[in-house]
Design a protein around this ligand. Structure first.
Ligand SMILES: Nc1ncnc2c1ncn2[C@@H]1O[C@H](COP(=O)(O)OP(=O)(O)OP(=O)(O)O)[C@@H](O)[C@H]1O
Ligand SMILES: O=P(O)(O)OC[C@H]1O[C@](O)(CO)[C@@H](O)[C@@H]1O
Ligand SMILES: [Mg+2]
Length: 340
């Protein structure tokens, strides 16, 4: 078979390990031929397809980013599935492996509905896909955030300051929750659990009164109780969504004004997405890659590979994209017992 691979949406540590797993197993076990699609769906509609021989994937499991490039260009507003079929036919491509988050996999499901042979691989640092226990990239992002918060704590303590750290998480607070617990944060603010300003100020004051330099971790998509609008700029991403960011700075100003405690903000941003993947993410991504090429070889069109417990399974793309995996209230409550 001739198989095309693409990576779409935000990049994430482990994408290259997936590509390597796909190509090495596909070459060695099935003798498939591979091509890469440049920059996600952009390459599929612009006919930007490159050869992907096994030599091209050597040593890739520890390399961050994606050798194929990625983008948020939608195929649906750029020729749609007819154009995708045309380009695939022109290159005699039998099947597509789409590596991406919930958006990419939604498009993969649309492709499947249109009769395109497609298999999905879940990725995202946000860990917000419900059909898999974990997505690769999350472990690396949490490690980066945890190490950063540990560092911010020592400078905070030196100055007796409150330190606010803004992490990624447009719709869900998994990174904030895990990095916050790991680093012993005094408050963790996530999109799933709105809290009042007063509650936040009480946690900060309480930590300070105990002689600690308060650490507040806030996910970019957090809103205070009773507020709807997320904090972001007037700029949009390639798919027209508002760029988020700025809640950390807002929270910082509020804390300083309400408590009188000197407060500083750090926004971790894309540091959480860049660099080498953790060993956990390399392993998971490699397993996803080899399982995806098995799924293609078994013609399991319209499915996605997923981690269930310790096993890699195949799930329906429709189920995989039906709802986001949010942080359950009980998990935040467990952490909140230690706040303040
Ligand atoms: N419902 C949709 N209809 C048409 N195109 C879509 C749809 N959802 C997503 N897309 C396209 O797929 C691209 C990838 O989706 P998205 O930007 O949400 O990233 P993702 O795959 O969810 O990864 P992440 O959220 O981790 O960055 C979008 O930028 C957009 O071009
Ligand atoms: O700057 P970009 O690439 O548009 O991505 C930002 C978004 O990507 C994510 O990390 C998901 O990959 C979100 O948490 C964040 O809002
Ligand atoms: Mg998404």
């Amino acid at each position: 078979m001739k198989i095309a691979v693409l990576t779409a949406g935000g990049d994430c540590p482990g994408l290259n390990a997936v590509i390597r797993g796909v190509v090495l197993k596909g070459d060695r076990i099935y003798e498939h031929e591979f091509v890469g699609v440049r920059d996600g769906f952009r390459g599929l509609v612009d006919n930007d397809i490159v050869p992907l021989p096994r030599q091209r994937v050597r040593g890739l499991s520890k390399v961050g980013g994606t050798i194929l490039g990625t983008s948020r260009v939608s195929p649906m507003t750029n020729g749609g599935t007819d154009r995708v079929k045309e380009v695939m036919d022109q290159h005699h491509i039998d099947a597509l492996i789409a590596v991406g988050g919930e958006g990419t996999l939604t498009v993969a499901r649309m492709f499947h509905d249109a009769g395109i042979h497609v298999v999905g691989v879940p990725k995202t640092i946000d860990n917000d896909l419900s059909a898999t226990d974990r997505t690769f990239g999350f472990d690396t992002a949490v490690s980066v955030a945890t190490e950063s918060i540990d560092r911010l704590r020592t400078t905070g303590e030196a100055h007796s300051r409150c330190m606010v750290v803004e992490v990624m998480g447009r719709n869900v607070g998994w990174i904030a929750l895990h990095a916050g617990i790991a680093s012993g944060a005094h408050a963790i603010l996530i999109p799933e659990v709105p809290v009042t300003r007063q509650q936040l100020f009480d946690w900060v004051r309480h930590a300070m009164d105990r002689g600690r330099a308060p650490v507040v971790v806030v996910a970019e998509g957090f809103t205070f109780a009773g507020e709807e609008e997320k904090v972001g700029s007037d700029r949009t991403d390639g798919f027209g969504r508002q760029l988020l960011g700025g809640i950390g700075d807002q929270v910082t100003r509020m804390i300083e004004e309400a408590t009188g405690i000197e407060t500083r903000n750090t926004t971790l941003g894309h540091l959480q997405r860049g660099g080498v993947p953790s060993s956990y993410d390399r392993v998971l991504a490699t397993r996803f890659g080899t399982a995806a090429v098995d799924a293609v070889s078994n013609r399991l069109w319209g499915t996605m590979v997923a981690l269930h417990g310790i096993n890699i399974v195949n799930v329906n793309l429709r189920d995989a994209t039906s709802e986001l995996k949010t942080v359950p209230r009980e998990q935040w409550d467990e952490a909140a017992i230690l706040f303040g």
